[in-house]
Design a protein around this ligand. Structure first.
Ligand SMILES: [Zn+2]
Length: 504
């Protein structure tokens, strides 16, 4: 079985997770679940970035010690990801001993391999507490960080350890241009290439006398800069530096937001090159969740809480909406109106209606038993096409395209019911045709339960069980998509998959 090691960005422990965090996590989870269906040995990592300076402030304001604060936040984040059925195999926190050891060791390896890659110098610059980063002129607009227009930049001058990032510009550029390090989508790759072509400055990789963080190896006065620390989580979760970490490393896919590509596509590869480690194979940078084309903002009343969004139509519907409507490749819009429309059209009237009609007819005309005798027909061709298009889209991480391909089959199957009118066939005693129609619908539901699994694991499981199948759609189910073995199964008639709420 090929291994597939994928990661999401780890999140700062300052506030609750929002829709942007959720888009990233469910997108990565969708990919993880798809790779498992394809038979890969998936290792899916999520976690928390806990050494930000902002943690000290947040902890103080709320009357906690930093450690007690990050413990609390980690639980809150994990709780949301659990509700959204994220299937991560590991959960790393940068305050864990395994991570602290890996950070120290990676720095020691850089020092050992190329001693002048780390040097001490004075630094003066404008620091954004939101990004935990010194900002370059191109990242500043109206005197503020582009990503954090409401925060003041902090003029900072201190003596730090520096990483000779400039030395790795050509090597990183070459890896990206040759595709050895894939940066997707192309718009993000082009941005990264432009930054590299403009040249790189060395970066400060420690902070002076910070009470919160990992001590810099060999210098008790300095702590490791939070980004340098955080990026290493992907490696520490493999067990690095212990024997056997190469079973997972290099990562096959880092899923991150478009605002942190500089760290993942430039600084992180340079760190790994300096330490003599293999580079990740791919970085995928998703866009932001917006409200009518602008950034969600609490002050403008356009901030949607993740809890409210989950409650609206349940976790599976939110997963589906984020990946189908908001999208995983560029910025996309969230609105309650659009969410309700999608819920009604695609889920309640779409997949939900299809399932309840097909299962009702199976119950009424065949006592729930899916007929065995029928030959594949027109609906099977549509099913095969959907599977093919879905696979092609998923392999290209086009999650929206994959959902579209699956839901085309929903539309075709609902139309098939109208056209074949099984109730008429029953009335006229055309038993062979009725068997053929009901069996074709059974196969369509089987295919849809499998294809929908990465998007809505809970509802797919329900659909799977209503077909009289046990467990969950897995690699064996995927392998049977060409000719779903549903003949002879006894179906059930469960509650509607997607009940219509009174307000919609
Ligand atoms: Zn910022």
């Amino acid at each position: 079985m090929p291994k597939f090691y994928l990661t999401t960005a780890i999140d700062y422990s300052n506030g609750d997770p929002h829709l942007g965090h959720a888009l990233e996590k469910v997108g990565a989870d969708c990919i993880a679940r798809y790779r498992r269906l394809r038979g890969d040995e998936v290792h899916f990592l999520m976690g928390m970035d806990e050494h930000a300076q902002a943690v000290i402030q947040a902890a103080e304001q709320n009357g906690f010690t930093p450690q007690a604060w990050v413990d609390r936040m980690a639980e809150r984040f994990a709780g949301f990801w659990h509700r959204l059925e994220c299937s991560n195999d590991d959960w790393i926190r940068t305050t864990e001993p395994r991570h602290r050891e890996a950070v120290s060791e990676l720095l020691r390896r850089i020092q050992g391999r190329s001693p002048d890659d780390l040097y001490v110098d004075d630094y003066e610059g404008l620091y954004c507490v939101g990004c935990e980063e010194f900002k370059q002129p191109a990242q500043i607009a109206n005197g503020r960080c582009i990503e954090h227009p409401t925060l003041e930049l902090v003029p900072t001058r201190e003596r730090n350890h520096f990483f000779r990032l400039s030395r790795y510009r050509d090597a990183v550029l070459e890896r990206i241009r040759s595709g050895q390090l894939l940066v997707e989508p192309a718009i993000r790759r082009n941005e990264v290439v432009r930054v590299l072509e403009d040249g790189l400055q060395d970066i400060s990789v420690s902070r002076h006398r910070s009470s919160w963080g990992i001590p810099f190896p060999g210098d008790s006065e300095q702590t490791v800069y939070v980004w340098f620390d955080a990026l290493i989580n992907y490696l520490s979760a493999t067990g690095f530096p212990a024997e056997g970490y190469r079973r997972l490393w290099p990562a096959d896919l880092h899923v991150v937001g478009k605002g942190i590509t500089r760290f993942h596509c430039i600084i992180w590869p340079a760190m790994l090159l300096a330490a003599g480690e293999a580079l990740p194979r791919e970085v995928w940078a998703h866009g932001y969740v917006q409200w009518e084309g602008t950034k969600m903002s609490k002050t403008a009343g356009t901030a949607v809480t993740l809890g409210d969004a989950i409650e609206r139509h349940g976790p599976d519907a939110l997963r589906y909406f984020l990946l189908r409507e908001v999208g995983f490749e560029s910025d996309g819009n969230f609105s309650w109106e659009r969410f309700d429309e999608r819920y009604t059209a695609d889920l309640a009237d779409g997949l939900g209606n299809l399932a309840s009609r097909a299962l009702a007819m199976l119950a009424k005309f065949r006592g729930g038993l899916i007929p065995t005798s029928a030959e594949p027909g027109g609906l099977d061709e549509a099913g095969t096409e959907s599977v093919r298009d879905y696979t092609r889209a998923m392999d290209a991480l086009d999650l929206r395209g994959a959902a579209e391909a699956a839901w085309r089959l929903v539309g075709t199957a609902n139309l098939y019911i109208q056209q074949t009118a099984p109730w008429k066939l029953a009335k006229e005693g055309r038993e062979a045709e009725l068997d053929a129609a009901l069996a074709a619908l059974g196969r369509a539901l089987h295919r849809l339960a499998v294809l929908a699994t990465p998007f809505m694991p809970g509802k797919s499981r329900n659909l799977w069980h209503s077909l009289g199948l046990t467990g969950v759609p897995d690699a064996k189910a995927w392998a049977s998509l060409e000719r779903p073995p549903v003949g002879g199964l006894t179906t059930l008639r469960p509650e509607p998959l997607f009940p219509k709420p009174a307000s919609v």
